[in-house]
Design a protein around this ligand. Structure first.
Ligand code: ATP
Length: 294
């Protein structure tokens, strides 16, 4: 059988106890995989280990046990094959918008001419609607604009995988909606593979092909992998009229409110196998045939 594009095998993370306290196993026995071009969101309560997993996938942190493979090669450190977007924008304040992006592009392709680097930067800054702000410095930008620069920078290096840690968490709801729509558009144009942490169920429904559900920590588990049944293109303005929208939303909310805690207390679904977490696809019950009238 062919291997998935990204394969996570038996990941475990233990942090040493503070002040002589016992070590903490944040998560263990984490197995999942996904394919090229998929948009995967991970959801779980605060502290279950989502950022730690993302940092291990990025090669910025190492696991206590287990392995991550991307495209068949083990991830063992940071690489320009993986772009990362954090909640804080991490822009270099002394560089302009285009210089911030150009820094990443020239690191990725050191032999490119200045003109080619500039064209690449402008392409992705245009895609996020910042074509008019190329020469501004970060302090002249709103939070939403800074986050757009971070997204353009991550896309501009055309990474094999884009990792995003709550990229819209600090934005107001209106700005978040606009940038989510831009992200949907860019991802469908580029077929970018994305792994993203979010706390927002509606964001996951709008963006994701698959939603990984993590139970509460410590010793958090992948409780389930949920397949999003909603067809693309998805439009924020009408998505909630889709028959499968509320079955999916209710399933996710029910997990966060009730099941994530129950699983942490040891109530695992019958036959649960961490190497093959259940794959579920919540949909509306099939309509019963219309009763004949007359
Ligand atoms: N460097 C560290 N040393 C010790 N403990 C750590 C360290 N980094 C994270 N932790 C602990 O590991 C657990 C998981 O942290 P992590 O940030 O991965 O969780 P998370 O699910 O991303 O949380 P949130 O949703 O709040 O961002 C937390 O209990 C955290 O306190």
């Amino acid at each position: 059988m062919s291997q998935p594009f990204l394969k996570v095998e038996g990941l475990k993370k233990v942090f040493p106890g503070v002040g002589g306290g016992a070590d903490v196993t944040v998560f263990e026995n984490i197995h999942f995989g996904f394919e090229k071009g998929e948009f995967v969101c991970i959801i779980g309560h605060s502290g279950c280990g989502k950022s730690t997993i993302l940092n291990v996938l990025a090669g910025l942190d190492s696991a206590t046990a287990g392995n991550v493979f991307m495209n068949g090669r083990e991830v063992s450190g940071p690489s320009l094959d993986r772009g990362v977007v954090f909640q804080s924008h991490a822009l270099m304040p002394w560089l302009t918008v285009i210089e911030n992006v150009a820094f990443a592009v020239s690191s990725r392709w050191p032999d490119w001419s200045r003109g080619k680097v500039q064209t690449q930067c402008e392409k992705y800054l245009d895609l996020v609607g910042l074509g008019h702000a190329l020469h501004k410095k970060p302090h002249q930008l709103s939070g939403g604009m800074k986050q757009r620069v971070g997204i353009a920078r991550a896309f501009s290096i055309e990474p094999k995988m884009l990792l995003m840690d709550e990229p819209f968490g600090a934005l107001d709801a209106l700005t978040r909606g606009v940038i989510q729509d831009e992200l949907v558009r860019i991802c469908s144009a580029t077929q970018q593979t994305v792994f993203m942490i979010t706390h927002d169920v509606d964001e996951a429904i709008l963006l994701a092909d698959k939603i990984v559900l993590m139970s509460n920590g410590p010793e958090a588990k992948i409780a389930e992998i949920v397949e999003n049944p909603l067809a693309r293109p998805r439009l924020r303005s009408i998505i909630h009229h889709e028959p499968d929208f509320y079955p999916l939303r209710n399933h996710l909310v029910d997990f966060l409110v009730t099941r994530s805690k129950r699983i942490a207390e040891g109530h695992l679904p019958e036959g649960y196998d961490p190497m093959h977490p259940p794959l579920v696809r919540p949909t509306a019950p099939a309509e019963s045939p219309m009763a004949e009238v007359g």
